[in-house]
Design a protein around this ligand. Structure first.
Ligand code: BG6
Length: 263
């Protein structure tokens, strides 16, 4: 599959999918499974899959078609790439709307991702999206998360019960949560890698936190049974009540900035 290897980042045209960010002076930040399938039309397990134009529900393909569709490059620089995707017969078969989407990625000391979508049709529609970022951690059981205190989340492992997050957070089992009305920065402090990752965003009111833990990892064909301790997804999203309504001619932009520091 065609991949762009730039200075600090790599990305596939399939899905406009970033799979590497290696900031100078740090270990790589983004996790990709050793079992990831790199075939056109398949979602890559790891990196930053783009979930669009839907996240959950019964919609097929799961998480939308953007992550399994071939995008075009619009602009490629030293450590910067812009991808674009517009409606085709194939996308209209699964989602009957016109749109133009862009994904701009810039590497360096920080990673910047900007996802845009414009309604180029004549009717309004709703979109969901997620920049489904997989982070590398030394051992997820030892990381501490901040940025979710007092925020309500939908617990996808408990019949979508709504729960309020208390204070700092550690991960000691499977987690699959959608934090709603969440706009704060999230930090992942990882003592094993002596680093802190900060996730900043704009144009996003949902954040998904996901780790499959032992049993779900076994059920994922493209994920090693023993890989779950080494990753954590913190996903910059707009889901459910925070789906975005796009009137004809209007655009939406979601940005993600990832920073890393030694601690
Ligand atoms: C998360 C979802 O965002 O992605 C989980 O909340 C899901 O429910 C996970 O299991 C992985 O999804 P997929 O489609 O890439 O296997």
């Amino acid at each position: 599959m065609e991949r762009l290897d730039l200075k600090t980042i790599s990305a596939y045209l399939n899905g406009a999918h970033l799979t590497r960010w290696h900031p100078p002076g740090h270990e790589p930040v983004i996790f990709v499974s050793e079992k990831a399938i790199l075939d056109p039309g398949k979602a890559i397990r790891g990196g930053i899959p783009i979930c669009f134009p839907w996240f959950g529900g019964a919609g097929k393909p799961s998480h939308g078609f953007a992550r399994i569709t071939q995008w075009l490059t619009d602009d490629v620089g030293d450590d910067h790439v812009k991808f674009k995707l517009a409606a085709t017969e194939a996308t209209r078969d699964v989602w009957p709307h016109d749109f133009e989407a862009g994904m701009e990625l810039s590497g360096g000391d920080a990673l910047d991702a900007t996802f845009t979508v414009r309604n180029t049709g004549n009717v309004a529609y709703d979109i969901e999206l997620a920049l489904h970022t997989y982070f590398t951690v030394a051992d997820v059981r030892n990381v501490t998360l901040t940025g979710f205190a007092d925020c309500d989340y939908i617990d996808q492992l408990a019949d979508n019960a709504v729960v309020t997050q208390q204070g700092e957070q550690t991960i000691d089992g499977e987690v699959d949560r959608i934090y709603q009305n969440h706009t704060d920065d999230v930090t992942i402090t990882d003592p094993g890698m002596s680093r802190r990752i900060t996730v900043k965003k704009t144009g996003s009111k949902s954040t998904v936190l996901w780790n499959p833990h032992v049993e779900k990892a076994k059920r994922l064909a493209d994920f090693g049974d023993d890989e779950w301790p080494r990753m954590l997804c913190v996903e910059t999203a707009n889901i459910g009540d925070h789906a975005v309504t796009l009137q004809p001619g209007y655009s939406h932009e979601t940005t993600l900035r990832i920073e890393v520091e030694h601690v």
